[in-house]
Design a protein around this ligand. Structure first.
Ligand SMILES: Nc1ncnc2c1ncn2[C@@H]1O[C@H](COP(=O)(O)OP(=O)(O)OP(=O)(O)O)[C@@H](O)[C@H]1O
Ligand SMILES: [Mg+2]
Length: 346
């Protein structure tokens, strides 16, 4: 299957570096061709950033203006403005400085001075409304981190979206909720009329994951056995990021067992961070997640956690929207193997 296989730990930057994402690439090209916006969603480490960056690269080659903004560290609207500014290509910078001065925002390449919220919002609004009116794609990666802070910008996004084909936003992140923020049909006409298309990335099937490992190991000249390949997917699951951890270990000269152990440890570290955020210091949430480390019925969790059905439902919905858990009738379980191992150790 297409795509150069190498076990890079960084997000991919070109379509030729993507393994097995032709279906999604085609789908996205279709959406952009219609001038619609989209969101790329899926669990952590599945390849959202890679796909978004590769798409940007392909459009940049066709002469589009592209802008990639990583909002992973953003907490507030001020951060959003600051990051939009910092990622701007050269031509935009004078414009940004001009904008900042109009709104009395102190701005430099490394820091942005304090400004009250509404002023920052006005500045963002201004930046967005003054983008060049030629083909431009803007990726807002990890958009969910600021989604709650952008209520005041819904009107701006709405207006930009209705304007037509020359500006496309791609929102990516691990939570479907982020799109809801933009689509909610309350307030001032958000994107209810033309909700962004959703592209959901799923972890690979077991056979595809194995194919990927074989191709990659062959590519870097590392000998392997079928048992080893089976062992990797049996223990790590099929999430692209985890497979790369393992492959990189082999490429660096580690044995099968040592690579696998290190990949498991590294994956569990990521998983524990995410689970910790989901638990947010609450004993009952932790209990529920532990129960879903195997599989648990709603009623069982209700009895054990002793919270109201509404609270439990809300929590489970949120976990499902973040692709952390899967629902099967009234039974719930943590989706990824590494997350299941991690929760057992928490
Ligand atoms: N299609 C692909 N083919 C091969 N490797 C991939 C592919 N997609 C992603 N990867 C690799 O998987 C890892 C995770 O990718 P990426 O950072 O794009 O995922 P993500 O979903 O954005 O993760 P996060 O939720 O942590 O932001 C990286 O090492 C990347 O190189
Ligand atoms: Mg990412």
């Amino acid at each position: 299957m297409q795509g150069v296989v190498n076990f890079s730990m960084k997000p991919r930057a070109e379509i030729s570096e993507l393994y097995d994402r032709e279906k999604e690439v085609k789908q996205i090209q279709g959406v952009i061709g219609r001038g619609d916006w989209l969101s790329i969603l899926g669990p952590r480490m599945v390849g959202k950033t890679s796909l978004a960056r590769a798409i940007l690269d392909s459009y940049e080659r066709k002469g589009w203006n592209v802008l990639y903004v990583d909002l992973g560290e953003a907490k507030t609207a001020k951060d959003l403005f600051s990051m939009l500014y910092m990622q701007m290509p050269k031509g935009f910078i004078e414009r940004a400085e001009d904008i900042a001065s109009r709104f009395n925002i102190e701005i430099s390449r490394v820091k942005i001075g304090y400004t009250p919220g509404s002023k920052t919002m006005k500045a963002i609004d201004y930046v967005l409304n003054n983008l060049p009116r030629k083909k431009i794609i803007i990726v807002l990666d990890e958009f969910q981190t600021v989604a709650s802070g952008i209520n005041e910008l819904k009107g701006t996004f709405h207006k930009l979206m209705m304007e037509g084909k020359n500006l496309v936003f791609i929102f990516t992140g691990s939570a479907i909720g982020l799109m809801k923020t933009l689509q909610e049909p309350k307030g001032d006409e958000p994107l209810a009329g033309r909700p962004p298309a959703e592209v959901v990335l799923e972890p690979w099937s077991e056979s595809l994951a194995k194919e990927y490992l074989r191709a990659g190991l062959k590519g870097c000249g590392v000998p392997f056995t079928d048992e080893e390949i089976d062992d990797v997917t049996a223990r790590l699951g099929t999430l692209t990021g985890w497979l790369n951890y393992y492959g990189r270990g082999r490429e660096d000269g580690r044995s099968h067992e040592a690579s696998l152990r290190k990949a498991e440890a590294d994956a569990k570290t990521v998983a524990k961070t995410e689970l910790g955020k989901a638990i947010a210091g609450s004993a009952w949430r932790k209990k529920a997640l532990k129960m879903m480390g195997i599989e648990s019925h709603f009623n069982e969790m209700l009895t054990e956690t002793n919270v109201s059905p509404t609270s439990l439902t809300k929590f489970l919905d949120r976990m499902e929207r973040m692709y952390m858990i899967e629902k099967n009738g009234r039974n719930y379980s943590i989706a990824d193997k590494m997350y299941r191992s991690a929760i057992r150790e928490m």
